[in-house]
Write a protein that binds this ligand. Sequence first.
Ligand code: CAA
Length: 298
Amino acid sequence: KRAKRPAGTPDKALAKPVTKVGVIGAGLMASQFALLFVRRLRVPVVITDLDQARVDKGLAYIRDEIGALEAKKRISTDEANRLRALVTGTTDKADFADADWVIEAVFEELAVKQDVFAEIEKHISPTAVLATNTSSLSVEKIGLKLEHPERLVGFHFFNPVAVMPLIEVVNAPATDEATLSTAMVIAGKLRKNAVITRDTPGFVVNRILAKLLGEAMHAVDTGTPFEVVDHALDGFGLPMSPFELLELVGLKVGAHVLDTHHAAFPDRFFESDNLHRLAEYGTILERDAKGRIKGFDK
Ligand code: CAA
């Protein structure tokens, strides 16, 4: 007799096998999780991006990281060579035809993600499962241009992917049980803790982080010096200060996440022009000779 599943968790028996992974995007998050897929699933992983230069940069990152694991003796030379051989890059979507799990981490813009999925659906197998690494957009809306939105699930990693133990598996209204089940089984194989979340802005983690980082930014916007805000939580046990964390997340992504939350809950989240200005400058951590944050002219 099969044990009763906890409420809300899908039947693992419905999970589809994954024999090849397709990764759309070769940037910061995509190349990190492409590495994790090849390392933990040991199946071919193909990555794609807008052009060959971006693809090559992602591939170089993955190969360097495999080299680093080998140098630290976490994996043998044989294993490193096997993993390197399993990862390929392409700009030809036809190379996704036999992928059965396709995950994207392209720019956090709804229209971009919708078009990416509508386009890839023309090239993939009808049974392939689709996943989005969106951090705060609606998975339901991302799937609106799909012919089969029931095969789309949110699969949200945290940075650094190799270290952070959590994946948010976003159960959108259209997501079917086989898709959800596949996502949960894959998360297990990646050795991550998976939580199933509702398809609400920011899901669970970013809703909380956006509050913390948004309040930190708003304190600066309303006159508290950067340093005061950045060090106020020292000793609270957080691994990073708020602005270090914003830098790690990426200032453009951070600004976008704040905007998404402000749009959804204008009375609860702030948006910050200063954060957009800093995102344009590129870093929050660089100081001038007087110790002032460069790129911040307030
Ligand atoms: N890639 C791979 N491994 C990394 C890494 C990276 N970018 N950064 C650190 N590591 C590894 C190191 O190799 C080291 O591993 P070993 O001990 O096995 O060698 C381990 O992590 C610890 O690293 P360090 O000792 O160098 O540094 P640390 O102890 O200061 O930890 C940290 C660094 C893990 C990044 C820690 O500061 C931390 O957990 N910070 C908070 C990160 C966080 O909150 N991330 C979530 C951001 S939100 C998000 O990503 C989602 C979104 O949608 C916006």
